[in-house]
Design a protein around this ligand. Structure first.
Ligand SMILES: Nc1ncnc2c1ncn2[C@@H]1O[C@H](COP(=O)(O)OP(=O)(O)O)[C@@H](O)[C@H]1O
Ligand SMILES: [Mg+2]
Length: 696
């Protein structure tokens, strides 16, 4: 390769520019240019080819164009280069034309002799400029542009099988969406990206990398892709009914926050939600343990009163429409009769403040005890009552912080049975007992369901730090870099809540990590079948169901995860059903075959016009091929993903009909499949193991 650049350029020349506009360059291909394979570019390479690259020398640099289409024009005579032979009669001749999309410029670095690719064209060529084939080195520079390409994920067939490598900081740092039809290779790509990244990091570090991947796996495919005894990529598998080497999936109900509880129990906004919130706050503060003495008990009671009055004030009950004020009046009566007998137990300031409270309750009630009373309260009356109550609360040692700090969402341990009691007590206090029956029923059903109990756990078998160590990973990822959370056997009623809880706990743990350490703990959260868990929802529904709450968690992660080192990888076959918020926060896309119109439209809108070339190939991509575009890739590149040996592939869930029909698999191994219905029937009808969790 000692050719002078110009000489070489001349030998690689394949055509002439004959039309130029800012977004389109047309080239007439020389007659002597290769027909199907170019041999002059340092190795055989298909040419011309849609989505292939061509260069046009402009000034000091090379303009890079991508072939959008090719066509043949019948020309009256061949436009041969050089002198035309005047004596010859030229016959009509098929003339090849192609259209190029300008993508960017390639500049040679004088010192290293390498090329640097940059997006955007500084200058456009003029008509008559030459179009040349890129050399191997140039092609590589286009595909491999960008820095810190550390992990090889595949090769680019359009660029002479140049390696396609990515920078993990870019790939995982700003969320990645893997989209494509069923069977197009998404799961393999996701498993591969994790494996190749970990392997490469392992080589660079010379030991287990300090990496964390949490895979939420609704189909139960990934446990196979990361075998437990795999020496390179160690994984922990969490599952309902764990097999050998796997662990039981635990998402204790005391992890659930108030939104998750409300969505699961479908608590009504008016009465049930405030009651449930209050009950949760109480159990999380350990209020179900008996108070130490009478004064302590009174402090709690007064605290509840303060909270309760504030809630009423906020929802406007006391001056709302009938019957709200009447029910508020009934509450006051109840509080008063509750307090009166206690007066005698206290002395001094405590007695005085309590007496003042009873008096002011009485003052509010007396005028409303008459027949045909007017129940409306004024804002001043309620404010006055609140002040008196707060005073009494302080007299018993309560502080404002007591009331404000009670975090309804903190994952503090409580038992299911305590929550039930707490809801009953709160309902009593709020005088809404008859309105919370359905709420209690749902909570009771949850606690007694034998399918859910193993997951929601009870007792002290799970601690918060233990859970975080297991599910997110330990110091230096000693227990393995990947945790696979198999959701396939989680009952459908709770699968959304469980997923939301795991995702949120991961996010909040990392958020707190940053708060306490000032640095992030980079973690990747993978969500398979994202269209069921991150599904677009209607914003106006008042009662938010579990799917909505789940989607909102992921929206929050998509918006804020980056700040806390949490990267999202989502995989879906129905991109058009995904939450637009989440999708718009994904900065990198790995697109597999997509044949559906709506989904294609959607992905087309992700990229500017001139970069859409490779996306046109989406409907016809073979599995294992994909287009990588966005933040992690300077240009959309069409790539063939690395080969993943079948033992490392996620289990595809296609049932083996033929093999079972004919009694042997493709390799000739016999397949037997007995029905064994009696065993199934027994299992189905078996009485619940153990009694329901104590609902005393
Ligand atoms: N990187 C790869 N290496 C080897 N085989 C692959 C690869 N990607 C896809 N395949 C093949 O394609 C099939 C479908 O891939 P899969 O990941 O299950 O698709 P999807 O998750 O999109 O439904 C796999 O069973 C496998 O045979
Ligand atoms: Mg899949």
């Amino acid at each position: 390769m000692t050719q002078a650049p110009f000489e070489q350029a001349d030998s690689l020349r394949i055509g002439t520019v004959d039309f130029v506009s800012p977004d389109e360059i047309n080239v007439t291909v020389d007659i002597e240019a290769p027909e199907s394979v170019a041999l002059n570019a340092g190795g055989p390479r298909p040419f011309p080819r849609v989505n292939g690259y061509l260069l046009i020398p402009v000034d000091e640099a090379l303009l890079v164009g991508q072939v959008e289409w090719l066509s043949v024009e019948r020309s009256a005579f061949p436009k041969r280069r050089g002198m035309r032979d005047v004596g010859l009669v030229d016959l009509p001749y098929p003339l090849r034309k192609l259209k190029l999309n300008p993508l960017g410029t390639l500049r040679a670095q004088t010192i290293t002799g390498r090329y640097v690719f940059r997006r955007g064209a500084d200058a456009l060529p003029s008509v008559g400029a030459a179009a040349v084939l890129p050399t191997e080195t140039q092609l590589r520079s286009i595909v491999e542009s960008g820095e810190r390409r550390r992990v090889k994920i595949g090769t680019s067939p359009l660029a002479g099988d140049a390696d396609v490598s990515v920078d993990p900081n870019r790939l995982f740092g700003r969320h990645l969406a893997v989209l494509g039809n069923t069977g197009s290779g998404k799961s393999c790509s996701v498993a591969g990206l994790i494996r190749w990244s970990v392997e490469q990091a392992k080589n660079s570090r010379g030991g287990t990398p300090n990496a964390r991947f949490v895979v939420l796996d609704p189909n139960g495919e990934y446990s196979r892709a990361f075998a437990k005894d795999d020496p390179t990529v160690k994984a922990r598998v969490f599952k309902v009914n764990p097999g050998e080497g796997e662990r039981a999936l635990k998402v204790p109900l005391w992890f659930w926050n108030s939104a998750e509880w409300c969505s699961f129990t479908q608590a009504s906004a008016r009465t049930q939600r405030p009651t449930l919130m209050h009950a949760l706050r109480c159990v999380r503060d350990g209020h179900t343990t008996p108070p130490a003495d009478a004064s302590h008990e009174m402090r709690r009671f007064l605290r509840t009163l303060v909270t309760c009055i504030r809630i009423e004030q906020n929802v406007g009950g006391p001056w709302g429409a009938f019957p709200k004020p009447k029910s508020f009046f009934e509450k006051l009566e109840k509080w008063k009769t509750g307090l009166e007998p206690e007066l005698g137990s206290f002395a001094g300031d405590q007695h005085a403040k309590l007496q003042a409270l009873v008096n002011s309750l009485d003052a509010l009630c007396v005028p409303r005890r008459v027949r045909y009373a007017h129940y409306d309260f004024t804002r001043q009356e309620i404010q006055q009552l609140l002040t008196t109550t707060s005073d009494a609360h302080s007299a018993f040692g309560g502080t404002e912080a007591d009331i404000l700090l009670a975090d309804v969402d903190a994952p503090r341990f409580f038992e299911g049975a305590s929550l039930l009691r707490s809801v009953e007590a709160a309902a009593e206090m709020f005088n809404v007992s008859e309105h919370v029956e359905t709420l209690l029923l749902r909570i009771r059903a949850l606690l007694t369901d034998t399918r859910m109990r193993p997951i929601l756990g009870s007792a002290a078998d799970t601690t918060l730090d233990g859970w975080l160590t297991d599910y997110i990973g330990s110091d230096n990822a000693e227990g393995g870099c990947v945790s696979v959370i198999d959701l396939s056997l989680v009952p459908t009623e709770i699968v959304h809540v469980v997923t939301a809880v795991i995702a949120r706990m991961t996010f909040e743990a990392l958020q707190r990590y940053v708060k306490l350490n000032g640095v992030t703990l980079p973690t990747v959260l993978v969500m398979e079948e994202a269209h069921t868990f991150i599904k677009r929802y209607k914003d106006d529904v008042e009662n938010q169901d579990a799917a909505t709450v789940c989607c909102q968690v992921f929206e929050r992660i998509a918006r804020e995860g980056r700040k806390f080192g949490l990267g999202l990888v989502l995989s879906s076959q129905r991109p058009s059903e995904l939450s637009p918020t989440v999708l718009s926060q994904c900065n990198t896309f790995l697109l597999h075959r997509i044949s559906n119109d709506r989904d294609q439209d959607l992905v087309h809108r992700l990229v500017p016009d001139n970069l859409r070339g490779p996306l046109r190939e989406l409907p016809s991509l073979p599995s294992q091929s994909a287009v990588l575009l966005g933040w992690a890739s300077e240009l959309p590149v069409l790539l063939k993903m690395n080969d993943l040996p079948s033992s490392q592939q996620p289990r595809s869930d296609d049932p083996e009909f033929w093999g079972v029909w004919v009694g042997k698999d493709d390799a000739g191994e016999p397949i037997t499949r007995d029905t064994g219905w009696p065993r199934i029937a027994d299992d189905w009808q078996a009485p619940a193991a153990g009694g329901p969790e104590g609902n005393a």
